[in-house]
Design a protein around this ligand. Structure first.
Ligand code: NDP
Length: 323
């Protein structure tokens, strides 16, 4: 089968298009013939060695397609069934991937494969952030960085559907249009304006209830500074680089602030939790409350170009590979 393999840590050029033996259906899992493989920022951290991973490996943690084979002991999923998944292992940038049943989500007839794929890693992330990490309520003010990105566009929409006021940050005017269309009340182009200053102008001395920060190094300090007393900083990524060690006294000085660094794995601990989040997301799409915007779909062989674009902040919404 065709796949993308990484033999050494490095730039996008280490993403090599190869012909390798396909995996088989694992015990307790299924083999998925993929029509779409998701690209996520974590794929960049793994390729560059920010998160160490044994070499060589086929990157990619997300996909959608049809069950090709069912492993030993699996019940309730059949060959030919449409499924999607996100799993905390590798193997996604390929025609076929072996997926543990715990992460397999049956896809309803009215949800297309690309949408289903987009809702797995980035959708479930936006879901747990808005519903569990900081449960947004009507009237809560949320600051959301990188709001035109994969997670960002979904998080803005879910936050709005829960009645929150959303202040969004984006890198360009074009991205601002997308964030606004997703429902953001105010949008700051943080490449040109100091988002902390603008946020204070917008909400006064009160500050925001929660800052969802996936940009990290370049933003965390000012995200912390615009929280209201007892507000929460949710650092869930570091697209600009990792956040340095934080002095806990800063949380007292800011007004008994909360700080958390959540990961998807801790919010998808059981199959029921995975299926529950997927069900909610599919329902939101069906009700017209959520749109998974596919920013670009690249041929599998162009994975390097796709990751180059992602790192260069040149993309919006969900990026897919088409095997
Ligand atoms: P995005 O589509 O959001 O792409 C990343 C975006 O980050 C860019 O488009 C850019 O938007 C912004 N950015 C700001 N500074 C930089 C920089 N120096 N280099 C690159 N990008 C930068 O990616 P994803 O939706 O896949 O992921 C978004 C974030 O969420 C990532 O940090 C990822 O690690 C994190 N994440 C965390 C999870 C968790 O459970 N903890 C799960 C899923 C994702 P702009 O130009 O508008 O600034």
């Amino acid at each position: 089968m065709h796949a993308i393999r990484i033999d050494r840590i490095g730039g996008p050029e280490v993403l090599t298009f190869v012909d390798i033996a396909p995996p088989t259906a694992p015990p307790g899992g299924v083999l998925v013939r993929q029509s779409a493989a998701g690209i996520n920022f974590i794929d960049v951290y793994l390729r560059t060695g920010v998160y160490p991973w044994p070499l060589p490996f086929v990157p990619g943690r997300e996909g959608a397609g049809v069950v090709e084979a069912v492993g030993q002991g699996v019940t309730g999923i059949e060959v030919g069934q449409r499924v999607a998944y996100t799993q905390p292992t590798s193997g996604g940038y390929a025609e076929l991937n072996a997926v543990d049943l715990r992460f397999v989500v049956p896809v309803p007839d009215d949800i297309d494969d690309r949408t289903a794929c987009a809702l797995m890693l980035q959708g479930m992330t936006a879901h747990y952030l808005a519903i569990d990490t900081f449960p947004l309520k009507p009237g809560a003010v949320a600051l959301i960085h990188a709001a035109a990105g994969g997670v960002g566009l979904l998080l803005v929409q879910i936050a709005k559907s829960r009645g929150a006021r959303v202040i969004a940050t984006v890198g360009t005017d074009e991205k601002a249009v997308l964030a606004r269309a997703a429902g953001a009340d105010d949008v700051v182009v943080y490449a040109e304006h100091d988002f902390a200053e603008v946020t204070r102008e917008l909400v006064g001395a009160h500050g925001v209830d929660v800052a969802y920060d996936s940009v990290g190094k370049d933003t965390w300090e000012r995200s912390l500074a615009v929280l209201k007393p007892r507000g929460m900083l949710v650092i869930f990524g570091g697209a600009s680089g990792p956040v340095p060690p934080i002095n806990v006294s800063a949380l007292a000085a800011g007004g008994s602030l909360y700080l958390t660094r959540p990961t998807l794995g801790d919010f998808t601990r059981t199959r029921d939790e995975v299926l529950g989040r997927a069900r909610d997301l599919f329902a939101m799409v069906r009700e017209g409350k959520l749109e998974a915007r596919i920013g670009a779909a690249y041929p599998l062989a162009s994975a390097a170009e796709a990751q180059r674009d992602l790192e260069a902040r040149a993309t919006t919404g969900k990026l897919l590979l088409v095997p």
